[in-house]
Design a protein around this ligand. Structure first.
Ligand SMILES: [Zn+2]
Ligand SMILES: [Zn+2]
Length: 182
């Protein structure tokens, strides 16, 4: 098969993986799979967190695809290569840039990197499994949009609290969002 076609398959797989990862993050990791993902929304105590098991699952899947592909089932090896490339990008941007799981700190000051960094920080601004924003890892929605969404939810949560309990104080409603996870 032509190099061009195989390259195209790798690039397409990276794009599809972002969609798959975003959906998995929103509906599985913040759903039935919260048991593994919760560790990522709590302070890390050692080198690893239980959430890393998701990366292991995707890596195993990529290995199986590459094995079948190199045994003759084209183009599975290139889909596996795309998944591996996505894993590398995910590691650099999410684990490295945002969560600093490498021995240096680099806070992006402008452009796409800054937007990605801030958007994922806002994902971590919501404690717990419900009502999160920004579930992607390579694509980040505009930060202003996310902030407005968080504010709107806070206001409606405050209003709901106010109507359900006459004793709830204004001060409580005006509590700002907790700072993003360090
Ligand atoms: Zn999450
Ligand atoms: Zn994160």
């Amino acid at each position: 098969m032509s190099v061009l076609l195989n390259t195209l398959i790798v690039v397409l797989t990276v794009a599809v993986m972002e969609v798959v990862a975003t959906l998995a993050h929103r509906y599985i990791m913040h759903g039935i799979g919260w048991g593994w993902h919760r560790s990522h929304h709590e302070p890390r105590t050692g080198w690893f967190e239980r959430n890393d098991l998701y990366a292991v699952v995707f890596a195993l899947l990529a290995i199986v695809l590459i094995a079948f592909g190199t045994a003759g089932a084209w183009p599975l090896q290139w889909i596996g290569a795309g998944m591996t490339a996505y894993g590398a990008i995910y590691f650099v941007l999410h684990d490295g840039l945002v969560h600093k799981r490498w021995p240096f700190s680099l806070i992006p000051r402008r452009g796409y990197m800054k937007r990605l960094y801030r958007a994922h920080r806002l994902h971590h601004a919501v404690k717990g499994r419900e009502d999160g924003v920004s579930f992607g890892f390579i694509y980040a929605p505009p930060v202003e949009k996310l902030e407005a969404e968080l504010k709107r939810r806070q206001a409606s949560a405050g209003a709901a609290r106010g109507s359900s309990s006459a004793a709830s104080s204004c001060a409580e409603r005006e509590t700002p969002a907790p700072p993003p996870r360090r």
